[in-house]
Design a protein around this ligand. Structure first.
Ligand code: NCD
Length: 307
């Protein structure tokens, strides 16, 4: 039962609880109309202190498709935040008006802080370079649907592994399933944080390698997770520009990959996947975004306890 819980970190739910969400998501996928009134009369707040299109629209579309309503902001300068209101006061107010909150904030740990002041479920839609658990629900559902389950995969993660919160959450979540191996591909400057290497990978005896060249390892990979270099987390523009185009997945590189490999990306992409790859049947990033909406529908319904 996840009714009333917060979702701040991908490990907040047990594997069984995640399965409940995925089970409901697949029922929704097979007949979305059946669920179009389950959240009648409920309100979701979307508090986005940092830019987003995909995630915010995905949450809002999910709630609307369940029959619920939404309120919120996508630009903190248009809210009382610009007058200096604290996060705790905003959350206390918003939890009076709404039944559930999805929030994104540039500071690591902010969703956790919000959950301490909220009387309704808080969903972390990204806290700085830390975690992004609903992207992980999206990623896990995509893998489950397209790669037949969550065990025994070689997962290549490529790009900004240092600041990419989706990467941190995905490694945490996939480390709970058996037989998964990681191939971590990044420039030296953008390697995974030490806590992920030590506390997740090494501690759980998970096989992983860290390399710099995608071409050298692409043939081993079952799931290739491409990521954008996270411009907004850099202190130095020059450094960003130097690293931005470290990886560009193109047709030529794809020719070295397995026939049934899938290419995922949390989106938005900048340069890291060329458009010519979009027509390849292995490119599933737009399908992944679609699954994201369905899994958020399931999550909202479960947290509200309406299903
Ligand atoms: C990701 C994010 O915000 O961390 N995007 C998303 O949620 N769809 C990845 C990114 O911005 O690069």
């Amino acid at each position: 039962m996840i009714k009333g819980k917060h979702l701040i970190d991908p490990m907040d739910f047990t594997v069984e609880e995640l399965n409940e969400v995925f089970e409901l998501a697949s029922q929704i996928i097979s007949c979305p109309e059946k669920f179009s009134h389950v959240c009648d009369g409920k309100i979701l707040a979307t508090l986005f202190y940092e830019p987003s299109t995909r995630t915010r629209f995905s949450f809002e579309a999910a709630m609307m498709r369940l029959g619920g309503k939404i309120l919120g902001f996508s630009e903190p300068n248009s809210s009382s935040v610009s007058k200096g209101e604290t996060l705790s006061d905003t959350i206390k107010m918003v939890s009076i008006y709404t039944d559930i909150v999805a929030m994104r904030h540039p500071k690591e740990g902010s969703a956790k802080v919000a959950s301490l002041f909220s009387t309704v479920p808080i969903i972390n839609a990204g806290d700085g370079g830390h975690q992004h658990p609903t992207q992980t629900l999206t990623d896990l559902l995509t893998i489950k649907m397209l790669k037949k389950g969550l065990d025994n995969h070689t997962i290549g993660i490529c790009g900004d592994l240092k600041f990419g919160r989706t990467v941190h959450s995905l490694i945490k979540a996939m480390s709970r399933y058996k037989g998964n191996k990681f191939v971590l591909i990044s420039p030296q400057e953008l390697k995974i944080p030490q806590y992920i290497r030590e506390e997740i990978l090494k501690k759980n005896n998970i096989e992983f390698i860290e390399v710099e060249r995608l071409e050298d390892v692409i043939e081993q990979i079952d799931i290739l997770y491409m990521t954008r270099v996270q411009k907004e987390r850099f202190f130095n523009e020059e450094e960003y520009l130097r690293l931005r185009d470290s990886y560009i997945l193109n047709k030529e590189k794809m020719s070295g990959a397995k026939d049934d490999m899938i290419v995922m990306h949390p989106l938005p992409r900048v340069n890291e996947i060329s458009y010519e790859v979009d027509d390849d049947k292995r490119a599933v990033y737009f399908k992944q975004a679609e699954y994201g909406m369905y899994v958020r529908m399931a999550l909202i319904a479960k947290l509200l306890g309406v299903l």
